[in-house]
Design a protein around this ligand. Structure first.
Ligand SMILES: [Zn+2]
Length: 205
């Protein structure tokens, strides 16, 4: 749990960044390490492109979930039933190999007088996706972020993802999906709420 809290809102040390030039040089080293010639025609602009795409793929380090979630919420009188956003697609990278993780997140919460704009949940998933991750941490981080800012009665997060590091290297298990869940509040303490979340997820599949 320590690592998760440290990653919320953003990991420390992100200001200590190398220059664009240093990043490009590092890519050249990796190209040579792979057996390539970084000076050949087709690769000449690759280091600059990789450095630029890293900015986008890892943009989550520059963003904090609480900035997206905000501190003001829509007040809703009377609605305290589960809100579920299903099938939020995301891309991430595993922190062990820096290889893509492709998946979908399902996020539910039980409102306590106030609700989130639905697009905000997808943006939180995106922020944590655009960092180096383990699927377990990402699942817990999304739940913690919503729990701590919105303070609902409970949060449930399920992530289904394929880890390309498993598909492309080593054991080469293509198409296998890893499933992780985190429950807080009533989703954790009340088996009926948890069962309802699972039932909602299975509906229309
Ligand atoms: Zn990996």
């Amino acid at each position: 749990m320590d690592a998760i809290i440290k990653n919320f809102p953003a990991p420390e040390g992100v200001d200590d960044r190398p220059s664009q030039k240093e990043a490009e040089d590092a890519v050249r080293v990796l190209l040579r390490w792979a057996g390539e010639d970084p000076e050949r025609e087709g690769l000449r602009d690759t280091p600059a492109r990789v450095a630029k795409s890293y900015r986008e793929l890892f943009a989550g380090y520059d963003l904090a979930a609480e900035d997206v979630l905000g501190r003001t919420f829509e007040e809703v009188a009377g609605y305290d039933e589960m809100v579920l956003v299903k099938d939020i697609p995301f891309f991430s990278h595993c922190e062990h190999h820096m290889v893509p993780i492709i998946g979908r997140a399902h996020v539910a919460y039980l409102p306590q007088g106030r609700v989130l704009g639905l697009s905000k949940i997808a943006r939180v998933v995106d922020i944590y996706g655009r960092r180096l991750q383990t699927q377990e941490s990402m699942t817990a981080q999304i739940a913690t972020a919503i729990d701590e800012t919105l303070r609902p009665r409970g949060v449930a997060v399920m992530i289904e993802a394929e880890h390309l590091c498993m598909a492309m290297r080593g054991v080469q298990k293509q198409g296998s999906t890893t499933l992780t869940t985190t429950f807080t509040g009533a989703f954790k303490t009340d088996a009926a709420e948890q069962a309802r979340f699972m039932t909602f997820l299975r509906a229309q599949r």
